[in-house]
Design a protein around this ligand. Sequence first.
Ligand code: PGA
Length: 249
Amino acid sequence: MHRKLAAGNWKMNGLGASLAELETLGGMHATSGIEVLICPPAPLLSRAADAVAGSAVTIGAQDCHAARSGAHTGDVSAEMLKDAGVTSVILGHSERRQDHGETDAQVRAKAEAAIAEGLLAIICVGESLEDREAGRTLDVVGAQIDGSVPDHGTAHDLVIAYEPIWAIGTGKVPTLEQIEEVHGFLRNRLSTRFGAETASGIRLLYGGSVKPGNAADIFAVSNVDGALVGGASLKSADFSPIIAALESA
Ligand code: PGA
């Protein structure tokens, strides 16, 4: 089993002044028994990598293009991320799926590109409120996993984040039983595809309104190997207790 992972997704938040938060976080977590990752917006990536150098914190991106280079105005390749000092990339976040119409096939192609560069691909899945209320949650996340996760995935280069869309940025969190049900389902689905040994090493993160106050309960749920945290990752004072809860889980 790989080390548990606390990942922060800054989304489209953060300017140069926010690097001070990273320095504080790096100072608080010079060493850690878990993996700590912050994913700032693209313009900050290389400075962020410098800001956390020598600490247990590493830097990830929030998206990449599937191609290595070429005529794709405004896009960033996995190779460029690697060159900027990035270790990981979030792919197929629901905001990208919604705002940019990203499909499972596109997410899979991006993940293949990221893995080929030696980056950790953090692939996001999650149902809408409508899907949840219609009892379609497992069908939806199952189809997303099947479509978005590349073949030949390994525990070394793949992480799955379960993020119910209705829980993102809303302060609403599924019950612990609901989280357990989906995470157990995801583990089985990965096991069918990659075999039990590989599947048991692929970290499954929960994401959606994780806060210092609910983190410990969520981390006690079986098959939860960490969290993908949005709002509460912006300030080291909020993210640090979440890291501590995962360390002691
Ligand atoms: P939130 O976002 O923690 O602000 O709900 C989570 C995410 O979208 O990754």
